[in-house]
Structure formats: C-alpha cells, structure tokens
Design a binder for this molecule. Structure first.
Ligand code: GDP
Ligand code: MG
Length: 464
C-alpha cells in the first residue's frame, strides 16, 4: 500500500464496458507512476520511474506474483499529460476480468476510484483547459453526427475559449481604466472613458450578441431534436418512418391500426441528430392495446420538438384529420403538414376539402413515402426549419449549452446597459462591467459555482 498521497491518485477503466481488442486502465496523480511500478515488470528490465514520457512493454502482476496480463504501459509525467498530473495508462487486453483485476490491484496499492469526469475535471482545475473546452470533450464523445463532431472539435481545439478570452481581456482592460477613474476622481474622467474604450466595448457587445445567436444551433447539433410522426391510421406514417430510416424497421400494412407501440430511431438531417418517432394512428378505438398506443402517440406529440402531421393527400380530409389538427394546434409545438401518397393523385387533382381544416398555419410538404418523391425536399425543409434563421457555421466557435447561452446573454445585457448610460459615474459603469466579466467567467469556468461544476462533470462517464 502506498499511502503517502493516496487521496490524490485516481484510477478508472477508461474504455467502455464489455469486451474489446484493448482496454485501458488510467491512473492520474502524484502516486500514479509509483503504483504502476509496483504492479508492472518491464520485459527489458527498465525502471518506469526513470523515464518521463515513454511506452513500456511488460506484464502486470498481482501482489501474490500472479500474472494478470501482458500490457503496454504508457507513462506521461506531469505536466505533459491529459490531467497535467503524472498519468499512467495501462493498455491491456480488453476483457472485463483482466481490466477489473488491474483496477483492483491499483486500488489495493492506494489509488482511489475516479468519479465520473474526474480526469477532465483535474485537467480543468490544473489549468490544462477551460470549462468550455472540458465540456467540448464530452461532446466529442457523444457526438451523434459529423456536424456535431466538427462543432465539438472547434471548441475542443480552443476556438471558443479563445473568443471568450478575447472578450474577457477587453472587458478587464476597460474595468481597470474605469476603476482608475473611481480611485482618482479628480482625474479627467472623459480621458479615461474615451471613444476608443467605448468602441472596444461596443465591439465586444456585438460579439457577445453574435455568440448568443449561435447557441440554438449549437444546442441543436449537440442535443438533437425529436420528431413525432402523427396522423390517423393508414396514412403512411410507418412507411415514412422506414423511408427516412432507409430500413424496414416498422411494420407497414394496409390494415389500419397496425402500429400500436411507439418506435424510435435516430436519423441525421443535414448534420442534426433527430430522433424519429413512429406512433400509433390517432383514433377512438375500443381495442385496449391500440388505445394505449394512441395515448403514447399523444405523449410523443406533446414532448416532440416538432410534429410531422400526416394526411392522405389522395383521399378527402376527414373529420378524424380535423380533430387531430385541432389537437396539435393547441400544443404550441411547430407542426409540419405532410400530404402523403401524392403518387396516387394525378396532376389535375387538387386536394379536396383543404380549407375546412385549421391548417393555414402549418407549413406543408407533398410526399410519397412509397415512391420516395419529395423526401429529399422534406429532409431539407426539416433541417432548415429546425435551424431557423440562426443557422451558423459549425467551423466557427459556437455556444453549445443552455448554461453558456444564459451566461452570455446576461453578460451582453449588462454591457448594453453600460453602453446606454456611458455618462453615469464610473462606479456604476464598473458594476455593469464586473457583471459582464463574471458572466463570461461562468463559461470559461473561472467564476462557475462549485455545484454547477459538479453537475457538469458528473454527466461525464467514469474514466474520462
Ligand atoms: N400509394 C401509396 N401508398 C402508401 C404510401 N405510403 C403508405 N402507403 C400504403 O398505405 C398503407 C398504410 O401504410 P402505413 O405506413 O402502415 O400507414 P400508418 O398506419 O400511418 O403507419 C400501406 O398499405 C402502405 O403501403 C404512399 O406514399 N403511396
Ligand atoms: Mg403505422
């Protein structure tokens, strides 16, 4: 047992549970290398405590001298490691039992099991990365689409932190000058709060407003959206579900009431991860199982980010359609009307009875789930509708979490207040500036409350 600093050395299996070609046990902290030296024997007789950055080949043994596994051991001495502490990664065979045995041996030698996200939290605490970068690490891992990955990489490379630090520097400089004006009231104030300073603050404000505007896109790429396909039985909901999935996941049948459960799969809409939900056709039914399905359809619609309301364009609108349309309009969730089965209409057909439905405020799309007609347009329309007019490039820094948006918005409001009242006494200007700085600090992590940090890092996986 190595007990001198045992609290400071953490260990976890950093690869996902299950079997794999390789699995990694990661140690970080002051005793990491010493602990590794106790259980590892280099095949060339090297002393791992003597070399700061190196990969060693050898075996790990338990305290009774039994071989646990043949491994590659990667030593990364502080500060040149992920956490900026001494780190040892033991690349073992990726089985549950050998990894668990190595982990147990590290624990027995005095390491403590890492909490979720604790490696990354240490990297943040040790100044290796700011909070926005640390958060982008988890987004890299969880990215569901290439667009989400690009956005996360921009932040992970530090472009967002860079933008935040530039803002912070402008505000901090301005604050220093305004505080000087407070300290020396006899000095000529206009010379301190001059046009150049105000111009700088105006530019900063503009940048903050721009960043706030990126947040909805960032959050959309990161979290995705759920799309519920609803409509009366037999209009083609399951057919569309399958067509967008490019798979035959749901049962399609000419018999009404086939889909009874709610099916859910993830698709990518121009880079946006979308959870597509197929539901039971909405109708009044005596069938017990089907009516549970209808209730689930209702719930799915109520919780969706957007509703795809499907009608059969080849048949007259019915009272059932009208009832569903009315129910959907009361939900305050964006609805897109899908007129399906256009392949059954010839060009002279007009959609019968369209005016009798409360559909004016639904944007609509003509499709055929069967032939695929209109589906590309539909996907494009969905993506552009979801992105709204906030669409921005994933190659530029964007905010990607609600708490970042909230902080940046508050900072921008404080700064706007200052810019609207530049003739106020410097004490008042300083208050607004401090608030704006504090808000940016909440995103970089400099002023983030401990409980928020706890919440953020605990959403990481163990071993990251
Ligand atoms: N002609 C035509 N038939 C369709 C289309 N979409 C679905 N169908 C047919 O309509 C019936 C009901 O389809 P389904 O997807 O099960 O409808 P759901 O009850 O709304 O899920 C099936 O026989 C499908 O083959 C379409 O675009 N054109
Ligand atoms: Mg169905």
């Amino acid at each position: 047992m190595i007990d001198a600093f045992n609290e400071d050395t953490i260990v976890a299996i950093s690869t996902p549970p299950g079997e794999g070609g390789v699995g990694i046990v990661r140690l970080s902290g002051v005793c990491a290398i010493e602990i590794a030296a106790h259980l590892f024997v280099s095949s060339r007789g090297r002393d791992i405590q003597k070399e700061k950055q190196r990969v060693f080949h050898g075996h790990v043994y338990d305290s009774d001298g039994h071989t646990l596994d043949e491994v590659l051991l990667h030593v990364m001495a502080a500060p040149h490691s992920y956490t900026a502490e001494d780190v040892v990664e033991i690349n073992a065979h990726g089985g549950r039992v050998p990894l668990r045995a190595i982990l147990d041996e590290c624990l027995a030698l005095g390491a403590r099991l890492a909490r979720p996200g604790e490696f990354t939290r240490r990297a943040f605490v040790n100044g290796r990365m700011d909070l926005s970068r640390a958060e982008s690490v988890i987004d890299l891992i969880h990215a569901q689409t290439r667009a989400a990955l690009s956005a996360a990489n921009v932040a992970a490379d530090g472009a967002l932190s860079q933008a935040l630090y530039e803002l912070r520097d402008i505000l901090a400089d301005a604050l220093a000058r305004i505080e000087a004006a407070v300290d020396f009231p006899e000095e000529d104030l206009p010379e301190l709060v001059d046009d150049a300073l105000l111009d700088g603050l105006r530019r900063a404000h503009k940048r903050m407003v721009e960043l706030v505007a990126t947040a909805d896109t960032g959050i959309l790429y990161r979290e995705g959206v759920s799309l519920a396909i609803v409509g009366k039985p037999n209009v083609g909901k399951s057919s569309l579900f399958n067509a967008l999935l490019r798979d035959t996941r749901a049962i399609v049948s000419a018999q009404p009431g086939t889909t009874r459960d709610r099916l859910e799969e993830t698709i990518t809409l121009e880079g946006i991860p979308a959870r597509l939900i197929d539901t039971a056709g909405m109708r009044n039914t005596e069938d017990e199982v089907e009516s549970i399905g209808v209730e689930r359809a209702r719930n799915a619609a109520q919780q969706a980010g957007m509703i795809l309301f499907m009608v059969d364009a080849s048949a007259p609108y019915s009272k059932e359609d009208a009832l569903i349309a009315e129910e959907l309009s009361s939900l305050e969730i964006p609805v897109m009307l899908l007129r399906n089965k256009v392949d059954l209409m010839n060009e002279m057909d007009t959609v019968p009875g369209g005016d009798s439905l409360p559909l004016e405020h639904f944007s609509s799309c003509n499709i055929s789930a069967k032939t695929g007609a209109g589906l590309h347009e539909l996907e494009h329309r969905l993506a552009t509708t979801l992105l709204g007019n906030t669409a921005c490039s994933v190659d530029a820094p964007m905010l990607f979490r609600a708490h970042q948006k909230d902080s940046m918005r508050r900072g921008a409001v404080s700064l706007a207040r200052l810019l609207d009242n530049t003739t106020l006494s410097p004490e008042f200007l300083a208050v607004d500036l401090r608030e704006a700085l504090h808000a940016i600090g909440e995103i970089t992590g400099e002023t983030t409350p401990e409980d928020v940090l706890d919440r953020i890092f605990s959403s990481f996986c163990i071993g990251k």
